[in-house]
Write a protein that binds this ligand. Structure first.
Ligand code: GRF
Length: 217
């Protein structure tokens, strides 16, 4: 029996594609029940359609408050009864009610080594601060932006000639490895969330989560 998940996107959906590919190749035993976007022109919706996954667009601009938007989103998500909600480039700030409803069963991927560089323009900010390394984090979603328990991080060196664009490419290729891995761990119940604490193989995860290396695959 495969593990039902719903994926939320706003854009290109390359992380969604990594999940689709790994589940088609049998590396990831999940069933993507639906892909939901807040933007009708998100390319990720095309990727979902090509993989025969039902899609929904919930345009945030048609709602008069975040609460109403999140309530509609929740209604659509819950009709699929997913065991996990995966935010894959979903560019909306969530209400506390929504975040709490999915506490311990909603993941996000953020392009920085959290807790550094929460928010936007992370690649440029890391270069501007003279960082020698940068990376990406998968974390549980909590009501505060980019602040939930970190599960898995992958890092890359910042080369002297890196631009925000070249660094984004390097980070993206790491995203496509670690996001499916974290989803796999959750689907296998190796990764759990109990009483506000993220556990891996029943041990509390360290503050920065697990640092990715190939041996984890
Ligand atoms: C990624 O950089 C991810 O870290 C961030 O949004 C971007 C989504 O990219 N949360 P894609 O739509 O999966 O290609």
């Amino acid at each position: 029996m495969s593990f039902p998940i719903v994926v939320l996107i706003s854009g290109s959906g390359s992380n969604l594609q990594a999940l689709i590919d790994q589940s088609l190749q049998g590396q990831l035993n999940v069933r993507i029940c639906a892909v939901i976007s807040n933007k009708a022109d998100a390319y990720g919706l095309e990727r979902a359609k090509l993989a025969d996954i039902p899609t929904h667009t919930v345009d945030h601009k048609l709602f008069s408050s975040r609460e109403e938007f999140d309530a509609e989103l929740q209604t659509i998500i819950d009709q699929y009864e997913p065991k996990l909600v995966v935010l894959a480039g979903f560019m909306r700030i969530l209400t506390e009610t929504f975040a709490k409803h999915y506490e311990g069963r909603m993941l996000n991927i953020h392009p920085s080594l959290l807790p550094k560089y929460k928010g936007l323009n992370t690649h440029q900010r890391a270069i501007g601060a003279g960082e020698k390394e940068h990376g990406v984090s998968v974390h549980f979603v909590s009501p505060e932006l980019d602040a939930g328990s970190v599960i898995l991080q992958a890092s890359t060196e910042i080369a002297p000639d890196d631009t925000a664009e070249s660094l984004a490419k390097k980070v993206h290729s790491l995203e496509h490895i670690i996001y499916p891995l974290a989803v796999k761990w959750f689907s296998e119940e190796r990764l759990t969330f109990q009483k506000g604490i993220a556990l891996f193989d029943e041990k509390a995860l360290p503050e920065n989560g697990i640092l990715y290396n190939q041996a984890l695959l």
